[in-house]
Write a protein that binds this ligand. Structure first.
Ligand SMILES: [Fe+2]
Ligand SMILES: [Fe+2]
Length: 296
């Protein structure tokens, strides 16, 4: 069953990364790899519309939540995700200026926004069309676990830190990763409180396990093929870097970390990341924290 955890209010940190002021000079900012850099750009592109989906999926049920602690955590979750979207949009403008097709990926995902907004207007009661609404919440819960595993890998592996050449992009990813771990169980607790069948989230995770990485690789190649003249001239480099990217420590243990989620009694707090979170809270936002000066 649900693991007990201390209720700690989530901090919504307003950040100032200044992406518009100092564009990075190195196009292949991630480990000097064309493939890895396009992948990070794609992830940054899909975060804002993706996080909007998470926010809508959870907020839709906020009036049905009776636990005041959970309601407060939901408010914190929404605040954090909205801030992530805003900061990634700023980075995405810089990435667009560097030649990445960031706007395309944002545009494609925003089509779900139109559908959801129409449904929410036409059928404001979240108990109408329950299967469809549960599908969005199940997607959010699975994606949050996917993101939390990623975040843990980014924060606990110095090798991944060393790959991020661009200081400000590394700062953004570290801040985002930290907050993903801070709020990793909120959507899950909403899911349980609403009583959505466990099978919905488990099916989404199976899809993510089987198709997540192949889809990302496909999008990365598409991104290079359509916008990167240098990449089109070097198919062998792309293949080599794709293999290197898949062996990247960012993915280490990824599949095994996904597996517990498919258990019916899984809860995100069963994976103990409290120490990692406390350490990065100190390192980034303590008195001498690396990002204390980035707070607005
Ligand atoms: Fe986020
Ligand atoms: Fe999140």
């Amino acid at each position: 069953m649900v693991a007990s955890h201390d209720v700690v209010d989530l901090t919504v940190r307003r950040m100032n990364f200044g992406f518009n002021e100092a564009p990075t000079s190195d196009k292949y900012f991630a480990d000097g790899s064309m493939v890895f850099s396009h992948l990070v750009a794609i992830l940054s592109a899909i975060f804002p519309p993706g996080e909007e989906i998470f926010v809508r999926s959870v907020r839709r049920y906020s009036d049905q939540l009776t636990d005041p602690d959970l309601r407060r955590r939901v408010a914190g979750f929404i605040g954090q995700e909205k801030t992530h979207g805003r900061q990634h949009r700023e980075l995405n403008e810089q990435l667009t200026a560097m030649g990445y097709p960031t706007a395309w990926f944002e545009y494609l995902l925003e089509s779900t926004e139109r559908l959801e907004k129409f449904l929410d207007k036409q059928y404001p009661d979240p108990d109408r069309l329950p299967r469809l609404r549960h599908l969005f919440l199940g997607f959010t819960v699975a994606a949050e676990h996917f993101t939390a595993v990623w975040a843990e890998n980014i924060l606990k592996r110095p090798a991944v830190q060393a790959m991020m050449y661009d200081q400000e992009i590394r700062n953004l990813l570290n801040w985002h990763a930290l907050e993903e771990l801070e709020h990793k169980s909120v959507a899950f607790d909403v899911y349980r409180a609403i009583g959505v069948p466990e099978s919905t989230r488990i099916r989404w995770m199976r899809f993510a396990q089987n198709c997540g990485i192949p889809i990302l690789v496909l999008f990365t190649w598409l991104s290079i093929a359509t916008t990167d003249v240098e990449g089109r001239r070097q198919p062998l480099r792309i293949l080599k870097e794709t293999v290197q990217m898949l062996r990247n420590p960012m993915w280490k243990g990824f599949y095994s970390d996904m597996r517990p989620f498919t258990r019916r009694d899984f809860h995100p707090d069963q994976i103990d990341t409290a120490e990692l979170v406390a350490r990065w809270q100190r390192e980034l936002f303590g008195a001498e924290g690396q990002l204390a000066g980035h707070l607005k």
